[in-house]
Design a protein around this ligand. Structure first.
Ligand SMILES: Cc1cc2nc3c(=O)[nH]c(=O)nc-3n(C[C@H](O)[C@H](O)[C@H](O)COP(=O)(O)OP(=O)(O)OC[C@H]3O[C@@H](n4cnc5c(N)ncnc54)[C@H](O)[C@@H]3O)c2cc1C
Length: 376
């Protein structure tokens, strides 16, 4: 077993670091924004990192989408800017169903633009009454002689208002289908979502009798859930990468503070309980990182078969990030509470990670289900 990253991955990390360095001066401003920051978008384009979100055939960096490359990139990005991380991640999350099930025309039309970051993508699953319970969606697709009619609303959709298209999950008869909806289709409107503790480009989508051609379908009618699962199988583990990046950056901030600030005549980092919290945090981050890299490597070959490994990594890393950043605030005392400080920003940004792309509780249910099936 090889525990080191090869040249391909090391060079991706370097490109991501260079990108982060180039946007560091606007990262805080972008992270408080609820609309896409034009300079961050331009920097992402310039970096060409979005190319890893599509296969080589359509302008991608690799023959097929590589979850480990995405994980490593998100780890670096999240340490500098949540806004950049989200913009990058959505390029894959919002387009992967086109990669796996789009028609040649849909792929030709959108994937090269996703690769260049000229077009932005969104994936619309959640509704007012359908969060974890995705099968409770009430948005409908009805096929008729004139085409497909889409009606309903989606809530809390990343990139809403900025994306060029949305992959929309809706009920069709007794099943669920996925459909590609251009943002400028007649009958699509955007309602701003509430502002979150860690701002995010987010909105609600409303579909009022939107008419789309049969060719707007992604995959077969009634197979929408399979495509959503295929997307999660590749991208869930990348949330773990981002969580590891956030936790590491928070810990480094706490180390810098506790190494220099003295109380009782010694640096805080040398006081027993503080040292213990730093040591536990470092150890837990290393555990989460190893699990994440391993799950991402496994997902590369067969994402669907390794979904539970990705869930474990996402669960472990997002819970670790929350625990670590909470300890970091604690060891920094009142300085950890200052609004606008790095640690306060990380504290807010860690929280949503335990909720989106599979909440911790829902992930545990799936992991436990698999465990009870595989034990002889
Ligand atoms: C920043 C952000 C970005 C988002 N972007 C998108 C996006 O781009 N596209 C999109 O479609 N959605 C998006 N979402 C929505 C996200 O997917 C949902 O928040 C998530 O699926 C959880 O649903 P919910 O918030 O409705 O919580 P609920 O499903 O109402 O769950 C509430 C609580 O109950 C627990 N719970 C629920 N079911 C069970 C169960 N069976 N057993 C035990 N506990 C359970 C949950 O773990 C949670 O703790 C985003 C959310 C956030 C915060």
């Amino acid at each position: 077993m090889n525990f080191s990253l090869d040249e391909k991955y090391l060079s991706i990390q370097q490109v991501a670091r260079d990108l982060c360095q180039s946007i560091a001066h606007i990262a805080d401003e972008a992270d408080e924004s609820s609309v896409v920051h034009p300079e961050i978008h331009a920097a992402l384009k310039y970096s060409e990192l979005s190319r890893m979100m599509v296969p080589a055939e359509y302008g991608g960096s690799f023959e097929k989408v590589d979850p480990l490359a995405i994980c490593l990139t998100r780890e670096v990005m999240m340490a500098t800017s949540c806004h950049l991380d989200s913009l990058f991640a959505l390029q894959g999350i919002g387009s992967y169903a086109i990669t796996v099930a789009g028609s040649p025309e849909q792929r030709e039309q959108w994937l090269p633009k996703i690769a260049s970051a000229e077009a932005l993508a969104g994936l619309a699953l959640t509704e007012e009454d359908a969060g974890s319970d995705l099968k409770n969606v009430s948005t409908t697709i009805v096929a008729g002689p004139e085409g497909l009619r889409l009606n309903g609303s989606k809530a809390f959709i990343s990139n809403a208002g900025s994306a060029d298209f949305y992959e929309v999950f809706a009920k069709e008869g007794d099943g669920f289908s996925l459909i590609l909806v251009p943002a400028d289709a007649e009958g699509v409107s955007i309602i701003p979502a509430p502002e979150l503790i860690a701002p995010h480009v987010l909105g609600d989508l409303h579909f009022d009798n939107v008419l789309l051609p049969e060719s707007a379908r992604l995959g077969e009618p009634g197979k929408g859930l399979d495509l959503v699962l295929a997307t999660l199988a590749v991208f869930r583990v990348s949330v773990a990468g981002a969580a590891v990046g956030l936790a590491q950056a928070a810990l480094e901030e706490a180390v810098r503070h506790t190494r220099t600030r003295e109380q009782f005549g010694r640096p805080l980092a040398r006081l027993g309980p503080v040292a213990q919290m730093l040591a536990d945090s470092w150890t837990e981050i290393e555990m989460a990182r190893l699990l994440t890299y391993r799950a991402a490597s496994m997902a590369k070959d067969d994402p669907a078969a390794t979904l539970q490994q990705s869930s474990m990594a996402k669960l472990a890393a997002s819970e670790t990030a929350s625990r670590v950043v909470d300890r970091c605030v604690q060891v920094m005392g009142r300085f950890g509470l200052v609004r606008g400080s790095k640690i306060e920003k990380f504290y807010r940004q860690a929280r949503p990670m335990r909720i989106y792309e599979g909440s911790s509780e829902v992930l545990r249910l799936g992991i436990a289900r698999e465990l009870t099936q595989i034990v002889p």
